[in-house]
Design a protein. Structure first.
Length: 165
C-alpha cells in the first residue's frame, strides 16, 4: 500500500541523493567533466530506481515509535492512490529518460559530422596539457561554438574548428 508517508519518504530519499551528488560534485570540482558526469548520472539512476526499491524491497523497522496524528489523506478507493502515484512517477521517469535519449542522439550526430583533429594550434595546446590521445578521441567540428566532452568508456573531446587562427 502506498500512502502519503511512503511518498514523502521516497521524496526525502531522492532529495538526499541529489544533495549528496551536488556536494560530491562541488567538493571534487577540479576533477574531469567525465567524472562529474558519472556522479550526476549515478544520482539520476538512483533517483529513478528509488521508488521501485522502496516499494519492492521489504521494510525493516528497528524502532517502534508511538503513532502520531497524521494529516488527512485524499479519499481514494482501493488501490487508486497507489496507481495514481505510480503513474505520475512513471511519467516523470519517462520524460527524464526521453530527454537523455534526445541528448545522446544529438551527441551522436555531432560525432558523425565531426572530423579528426587537424588544427596544429589545438594539437599543440593538447600536447602541452598532456592529453593521452590513445584513450581520448579528439575531433573538431564547425557545428559547435565551444569545446565539449562526453563519454566515460569511450571519451570524446569535440573542439570547434574556429580555434585555428
Amino acid at each position: 500500500m502506498l500512502d502519503l508517508v511512503t511518498v514523502a519518504a521516497i521524496a526525502f530519499k531522492t532529495g538526499v541523493v541529489v544533495v549528496a551528488a551536488g556536494l560530491l560534485s562541488l567538493t571534487l570540482r577540479r576533477q574531469s567533466a567525465a567524472f562529474s558526469h558519472v556522479v550526476w548520472t549515478a544520482a539520476l539512476a538512483l533517483c529513478v530506481l528509488m521508488p521501485l526499491v522502496v516499494l519492492l524491497l521489504p521494510s525493516q523497522s528497528a524502532v517502534a515509535l508511538p503513532i502520531a496524528p497524521t494529516l488527512p489523506l485524499p479519499r481514494m478507493h482501493g488501490r487508486e492512490w497507489e496507481r495514481a502515484v505510480m503513474a505520475l512517477w512513471l511519467i516523470g521517469a519517462f520524460c527524464v529518460l526521453l530527454l537523455e535519449l534526445l541528448a545522446t542522439i544529438g551527441l551522436a550526430r555531432w560525432r558523425r559530422h565531426a572530423l579528426p583533429l587537424t588544427s596544429t594550434r589545438w594539437s599543440a595546446t593538447l600536447a602541452r596539457m598532456g592529453f593521452d590521445h590513445r584513450r581520448l578521441q579528439v575531433l573538431e567540428s564547425q557545428h559547435i561554438a565551444s569545446p565539449c566532452t562526453w563519454g566515460v568508456m569511450q571519451p570524446v573531446l569535440l573542439l570547434p574548428t574556429s580555434g585555428e587562427s
